[in-house]
Ligand binder design. Structure first.
Ligand SMILES: [Zn+2]
Length: 503
């Protein structure tokens, strides 16, 4: 079985052939941490988490880099509006992002470099481009000269048009050599915070967004690496510019494969942007808020039920369907546990590893079917990481297992052979699910939360704790916090009250 993936650079599904044998380097454009992430920001990390898991399953040693943009115009504006230090705000939002991703099972990122901590690498990269005649300085700004790059536009087949440079608008545009030239470095403007100012040979300022990604990708993955990913909205100009910067500097291919995931669509068309209702809806779509009400695994399941290149329509109905789909597997695994009296979430056997003597004669069909379905699962994943197809195969496996339990009446009577058979079938199901980051742990604690009562209960305890502290009954307050901690619920006191999360 060989892996094929859709390469945006060639608009074709290509056979995957890694730059270095046995190793894969992946760079995914990460968040600009200037406001809380919404569910759409989880799509890329969840998909690339699965891509890393699958490549690891195929015995590649994978290095995955996801950057954090913590020096940027929107962030500067937001910090000023909130009266906070830019980097302090960025760190807060980054922590929330990492917590939310962790809750959704994204735990395999190897490096999360921050732009603010790679200024020297960025300056060196820009210097290189200036020395090679690909960039020029205008009053403290540095621009990339698109007219000197014959290959410009090869990702999207677009020529450089007038890109939003975001710096002193008309004035600077007049100073640019070509309308499509874009900023590598932006000179500091009066009134900007000290944490957004860095000294470069051509003056004080901050890096542009595009250059941070090519500088950090090459630092961690080398001049040429395997996979560069991001949302479809980043193809132009961001990724086009990354290619131009990197390849003009090194003379080598930057990323061999470019993968772009679909964007999330919210059902907000009927609401005007200025309507206060819109702000409420957007707030409800923030991952931190969604995680208070919904099981993280069902959000992950929802994302993976679509092909990564398709858009995801996020709505209550879709969420409900994802929960119900996941419920099918959870109910089956409960059945497996009852019959086999062993923990299906920690499988010790898999059906593809069973010896003939271990087989239940009535389970022959199940064995044949699961062996076949397992191959189909891997074929779906080999076909451009088709997680939607892979999940459809998992449903077929669940169906076959339920039929076997019913037909052999295992819930009323079972002996050693069928129990082992079912244990192994469960092991196959769970280990394939694990490749997608599903069925990793027992959902017991979450089952209470599924009916929406858990958040209410925790809020109630948080309030009782607040009341007891106000009444100077600190011992009671501490007791509530400590007992909640034991249950894996962490309380964090902040300026705006107490926040909580389930670990
Ligand atoms: Zn990027």
């Amino acid at each position: 079985m060989t892996l094929r993936l859709y390469n945006t650079l060639t608009s074709e599904k290509e056979l995957f052939d890694s730059v270095k044998p046995g190793e894969v380097g992946i760079y995914l454009c990460g968040p600009t941490v200037y406001k809380p992430s919404h569910i759409g920001h989880a799509v890329g990390p969840v998909i690339f988490d699965v891509i890393k898991r699958y490549l690891t399953f195929k015995n590649f040693k994978v290095t995955w880099v996801l950057n954090v943009t913590d020096v940027e115009d929107k962030l500067i504006a937001e910090a000023e509006a909130q009266g906070r230090d830019m980097l302090e705000l960025a760190r807060d939002l980054e922590r929330q992002y990492v917590d939310a991703m962790g809750a959704m099972g994204v735990k395999n990122i190897d490096y999360m470099p921050r732009a603010s901590e790679h200024i020297q690498e960025i300056i060196d990269h820009i210097n290189d481009l200036i020395e090679k005649g690909h960039a020029y300085v205008v009053e403290g700004d540095v621009y990339f000269d698109v007219s000197k790059d014959e290959d410009y536009g090869k990702l999207t087949n677009r020529k450089a048009d007038d890109q939003e440079s975001g710096t002193r608008e008309g004035l600077v545009k007049a100073a640019k050599r070509n309308p499509g030239d874009f900023a590598l470095w932006k000179a500091a403007k009066p009134g900007e915070p000290a944490s957004a100012k860095y000294q470069a040979p051509w003056g004080v300022g901050r890096p542009g967004w595009h250059i941070e990604c090519s500088a950090m990708a090459m630092k961690y993955l080398g001049k040429t690496f395997d996979i560069h990913g991001g949302g479809l909205d980043l193809k132009f100009p961001h990724h086009e510019n990354e290619i131009a910067q990197a390849e003009c500097a090194t003379g080598q291919t930057f990323a061999k494969y470019w993968m772009h995931h679909g964007l999330t669509r919210f059902n907000t068309k009927k609401i005007a942007k200025s309507d206060p209702e819109m702000a409420k809806v957007m707030e409800s779509l923030q991952i931190a808020n969604l995680l208070k009400q919904h099981d993280p695994e069902s959000l992950r399941f929802l994302i993976l039920q679509s092909h990564y290149r398709s858009p995801i329509d996020f709505s209550d109905e879709v969420l409900k369907a994802a929960k119900s789909g996941l419920g099918t597997f959870r109910r089956l695994l409960e059945r497996v546990e009852r019959v086999t009296n062993s923990d299906p979430y920690k499988p010790e056997m898999q059906i593809e590893r069973m010896r003939d003597a271990e087989l239940d004669p009535r389970g022959r069909d199940l064995l044949d079917e699961l062996m076949h379905l397992r191959v189909r699962f891997l074929e779906e994943m080999d076909d451009d990481f088709n997680t939607a197809g892979a999940i459809a195969v998992l449903f077929e496996i669940a169906n076959a297992m339920n039929k076997y339990i019913d037909a052999a009446k295992l819930e009323t009577h079972s002996d050693e052979l069928p129990r082992n058979m079912l244990r192994a079938a469960g092991g196959t199901l769970v280990s394939l699910g694990n490749v997608l980051g599903l069925f990793e742990r027992r959902p017991a604690a979450r089952a209470i939360g599924d009916d929406g009562k858990l958040p209410q209960l925790v809020e109630l305890l948080v309030n009782v704790r607040k009341m007891s502290r106000e009444a100077k009954q600190y011992a009671i307050g501490d007791h509530i916090r400590d007992e909640l901690t034991k249950l894996g619920i962490t309380l964090e006191d902040g300026k705006d009250g107490t926040r909580w999360r389930i670990d």
